[in-house]
Design a protein around this ligand. Structure first.
Ligand code: CA
Ligand code: CA
Length: 168
């Protein structure tokens, strides 16, 4: 009986610690996604920049959901985000994480932390729309996405269409 009680006690202890640690982790994660320096002045500046930006955040969402949603469920999973990187980023960029960080490319975990607004583990169009203070915040970042991923994906799609057309 004493042994059973001891075992029950240990299980309860482990569960309590687990819940405490886990809730703390989620709290920290949620806190970190809050815009740290977004001010009305900065927001106005970013909005002004976007007026003359080659691409808008909605274009970025279109691109990601068109070329990264490999199973066509309307959402980007972490595995799909990794696949986008594998397909469109050169090995140099993939290998040089520090370099990638420098040019604004980030780890999948970081991307999800910034862009997965509702924290369900997938990126949706709604996430992109709502996470504008943390995800693809400014014109420079949106342009980088187009430079490194979307322009390549679009070029590949055109080449494939051309090849199909040529084969007829
Ligand atoms: Ca998907
Ligand atoms: Ca989500």
């Amino acid at each position: 009986m004493a042994r059973i009680l001891a075992a029950a006690y240990i299980v309860a202890l482990v569960v309590t610690v687990y819940v405490l640690v886990l809730s703390d982790v989620t709290r920290v994660a949620a806190h970190e996604t809050q815009p740290k320096t977004m001010t009305p002045e900065l927001r106005a500046k970013i909005d002004e920049e976007f007026k003359t930006c080659a691409y808008q955040r909605s274009d970025a969402a279109d691109c990601v959901l068109r070329y990264g949603d490999f199973d066509h469920d309307g959402l980007i999973s972490p595995a799909e985000a990794d696949e986008v990187k594998r397909r469109y980023l050169s090995w140099v960029m993939r290998a040089g994480a520090w370099l990638a960080e420098k040019i604004g490319l980030e780890s999948t975990a970081k991307i999800f932390k910034k862009c997965d607004y509702d924290r369900d583990g997938f990126l949706s169009r709604r996430d992109f729309e709502l996470a504008r203070d943390t995800c693809l915040v400014d014109c420079a970042r949106v342009n980088q996405l187009f430079e490194y991923v979307c322009s390549k994906a679009i070029a590949e799609e055109r080449a494939r269409a051309h090849a199909r057309h040529g084969a007829k």
